[in-house]
Ligand binder design. Sequence first.
Ligand SMILES: [Zn+2]
Ligand SMILES: [Zn+2]
Length: 388
Amino acid sequence: MKIRILRGTNQIGGSSVIITTQNAKIVMDFGSELNDNPQKLEVDGLTSGKSDIDTVFFSHNHGDHVGLIDTINNDIPIYMGKTSLELLKMFAERTKERQYTLKTLDRVKTFEKKEKIVIKDIVVTPYFVDHSAFDAYMFLVEAEGKKILYTGDFRDHGFIGKGFEPVLQNHVGKVDAVICEGTTLNRDDSKTLTEMELQREIGKVINSNKYVFVMCASTNIFRIEGICSAVKDGKCKLSDKYQSGIINYIKENYKDVSYLYCNSLSEYNENDKDKYEKYGFVMFIRQGKYFKKIMDEYKDAKIIYSMWHGYLDKKNGDDRETLRDFFGNREIIELHTSGHATKGAIKKLIDITSPNHVIPIHTEAKKKFRELAGDKLLLANDNEDISI
Ligand SMILES: [Zn+2]
Ligand SMILES: [Zn+2]
């Protein structure tokens, strides 16, 4: 088997990997770069020319993994998780197809966790993982007597992180190579909060203040559900139509899986101000005029910022406004924990899967894998062929 990382050996975001066997060629993720000047990826046989890719698999629906889906040749089959796809469709409808067209999304096929998908001489098995995007998967790729694990983005400190080790032990087992994300390797993770600890901290702020706005990624379902579950009974849980639609969709489809998914959000309504005055509210916000107007009406409300600190100074939207500009001079309380694997989680993954090769991706610090992988570390560059 041959592995070629198209992008991601020296950067976080914009990942894509091609795996080639005697008879088949598949792609894992095809994402947008996270920087201010994202470059597309032109790949003959994938985005132009006669198609020679059998299937593209998406690990989850973050833009840095799925962002270039619309540039894939129309005749190449695409797979992703069912809920990932539904959430992308909601996003496409809200943003009037700015990034993803429904035409592309309508032809995406979905898989179930642990379903074995056969692509000629390759078998791909998706395993559900904990990440800041809901419905995220690792892929086990088996062919020619070899096993490769592509981790996508993952962690073990979220609500469903306890499933991480058993899945690796009981289903994945020993592999020949792991293509592993290393987002946090140049960060100090000695104090990474678990999602549960974070839930408690945010809950304290919400329950001791009448009005609280929370900014977090609209697809960070675990975070939003965790926060909603921490709110004392009676307080209103609000957002706009889009965000409420997401949480209500999750309730509809996952309420039998866990009590965590039984929350509802309501759309903010001017006519309900008396109710908000009486019971208080927590409202999930995003950058933009709609939320700005409401925030201006509640000047004393607390604002919790629950995303990566680095996004505060990133220019967003058509008017290139940063989040810091959006918040103006209002005080923000930063409460966040990473959606990515700590060094401890990566070490566990390497220990359990015992790979011959550890190939870093989705990292700006690939050499730091040395302390976790020792002489199994295989440092690659973008577009380089690695034979396994
Ligand atoms: Zn990512
Ligand atoms: Zn991600």
